[in-house]
Design a protein. Sequence first.
Length: 269
Amino acid sequence: MGVGGEYGVIGYRVVSVDNGSPMSKFGIEPMTTFILYSDQHPPFSEFIGENENRPVSLTLFNMITRERKEIDLIPQKWSGPGLLGATLRLENYLTAHLRTFRVLHFYVDSPMHKAGLKTKKDYILGNANAVLKNIEEFIEYISEHDKELLEFYVYNSDEKRVRKIILRPDKDWGGPGLLGGDLGFGGEHTLPLNVTNTQPSAKTLTSNSKEEAKESSFRESENAAGEEARHAGVEEGKGEVKVEVAASGSVEDGLINAANALSEIKNNM
């Protein structure tokens, strides 16, 4: 059974996939992959539950390549929780790449250095426990977890893959800040897309006029976000903000009310 229908701008972000689960068979990359689901259908968890042990067709969207693909999955009980074995979170999939943090610089022996981060090429995508929409929320989050081990997903633009890191903020590490380095947000520090297919196809967001309209809305939203950042005191293209000081700007979604859209679910059906 397929979900079909028209998709809005909200999708289920695949935050994590459990080993040996039904979802793990498809090599899905966490944090960069979204499940697109039409709001013309019942709630997603209900849809999955109604189709236990029956094949369903799901549309996946990669936020970096902007490609879509179909998978045929059988929701079923396995040795872990849920019928899918994945943690999903509702987010705007068209603008998700704007909500990332570029690693610019760090000191030797700092928390960022010990986490194995790479300057200029690593982008912090987020983690399973919090939706971090701007630099202020990132700083607030790490400040609340001083000396705690935090798991983050990081995308490397050279390797073009996602990996997990353990970051331990520590105000007493021996240098400036909780992390001992600088992060960039917005403008030239936005996560670069890797769109290789320039021709319209069934797997891209330019496959028909309605999808093109969504891309147009996305581009307008990105421009609006830059304007908002400038009015907040951060010039677009110069969004470098040191994590040890108060943030001075933010980039908001522009397309949705995040308060209504950002919620997390765990398939425990």
